[in-house]
Design a protein around this ligand. Sequence first.
Ligand code: ATP
Ligand code: MG
Length: 237
Amino acid sequence: MLRVENISHTFKSGGEMTPVLHNINFEVQQGEMVALLGSSGSGKSTMLNLMAGLMKPTEGHIFIADQDIVKMGENKLAEFRRKNIGFIFQAYELISSLTVRENVELPLVFQSVSPSVRKQKSLALLEGVGILDKAELFPSQLSGGQQQRVSIARSLITEPSVIFADEPTGNLDTKTEEEIINILLNLNKKMKTTFIVVTHELEVAEQMQRIFTLRDGFMITEKHGVAEVGPEEGGQQ
Ligand SMILES: Nc1ncnc2c1ncn2[C@@H]1O[C@H](COP(=O)(O)OP(=O)(O)OP(=O)(O)O)[C@@H](O)[C@H]1O
Ligand SMILES: [Mg+2]
């Protein structure tokens, strides 16, 4: 479903070179829910942004549904992203002047789906994340956890094949974090959507089917929280 091949990335600004990712390889199957774990600065967001097609890597290939998104031109990539990729941000990124329901429907507005179909789909998703009663309120009238539920519903409305979530519980207290992770786990089970969840918390990562750990831009693969140290570990950094 998702295959990352020999990805390396170096940020260049001015004369400054910042190597961030080093020869990353991994695969995620359709319907899997995996964690990308690592401490601050290890390269998690960079890896996620590359996989979501938000930027191009210095080297390597990223296949989603057998298509190499690294090679895609801008227009084709924009369309591919709209159809296949969902994103959940740490800071929710909702539009304050739109209601909860309108926020969830927004990706479909760009796909010229009729208002009645949009409404039906958004209300079903809001029910699925447990905030149907908030549909006609504005984001500022919701708690952080409720706002994140809205952004989860919004990410699902186009029925993407994969959803990338960057620290989706980073702004939330422990109890709300548990609720949001449970929602994601249930959606993954029910809808078979593939999820890649970035986190720096082992307790969050351990609830996923597999954990990929980044350390200083190098990847170490772990399964079910039991470390399986790869050949790269201990190599030159
Ligand atoms: N646009 C950029 N230009 C230069 N360096 C960058 C840029 N973006 C990120 N970096 C550097 O890349 C490294 C990895 O950053 P990244 O945001 O991927 O880390 P992260 O694992 O997501 O960290 P956090 O848990 O704090 O969000 C950091 O050292 C960062 O300073
Ligand atoms: Mg980050």
